[in-house]
Design a protein around this ligand. Sequence first.
Ligand SMILES: Nc1ncnc2c1ncn2[C@@H]1O[C@H](COP(=O)(O)OP(=O)(O)O)[C@@H](O)[C@H]1O
Ligand SMILES: O=C(O)[C@H](O)[C@@H](O)[C@H](O)[C@H](O)COP(=O)(O)O
Length: 180
Amino acid sequence: MAEAGPHDPVVLVVTGVSGSGKSTVASLLAELLGLPFADGDDFHTRESVARMRAGHPLDDEARAPWLARIRAWIDARLEAEEGGVVACSALKRGYRRTLIGDREDVRIVYLEGSRDLIGRRIAARRGHFMPAGLLDSQFAALEPPGPDENPIVVGIEDGPDAIVAAVAARLGRTPGDACG
Ligand SMILES: Nc1ncnc2c1ncn2[C@@H]1O[C@H](COP(=O)(O)OP(=O)(O)O)[C@@H](O)[C@H]1O
Ligand SMILES: O=C(O)[C@H](O)[C@@H](O)[C@H](O)[C@H](O)COP(=O)(O)O
């Protein structure tokens, strides 16, 4: 399939470890581009949320049905010819493969930041089930996307607006031409 043009529907999967800013950046990006937004956090089962809240990381088996539900959301957005933006850690290459396959109308945005910076942001975050103590397990599982995955890689040192602007510029999209 040819790479999606600036007027073709596209789904952006905003990835990175817990606390890297996925929910913040993905929701702002969706707003800027006029696209539907979904948060991967909302696709977990109650059991998975309780497991993380209790300080135990998910494993491949627990993540598989979660990834399948997010894949279904992506498929539905493309089926509707609308596109969308979804926040999902998608830590491992295999997980991104599940979400995206070979499709070029789904792009990975990878939020890259140091353990130190992200640790501080998680420590300051309130009202979220994910404990700071799970950050090491997130980095242990992390397989940053390689060049063959054609990711849009952005550092997270700047504020959310600057990050969102950088992603939109890399996409060559401006508000109003996001989904044809
Ligand atoms: N670029 C940024 N600069 C400063 N703070 C940020 C930035 N992005 C996110 N945050 C804050 O960091 C915390 C983690 O962000 P969040 O979007 O919840 O991350 P994730 O969805 O990856 O877990 C939140 O408190 C959020 O307000
Ligand atoms: O696969 C996982 O281990 C979890 O899905 C995790 O990666 C995800 O990040 C959580 O949903 C926590 O939520 P936040 O990323 O919003 O902290």
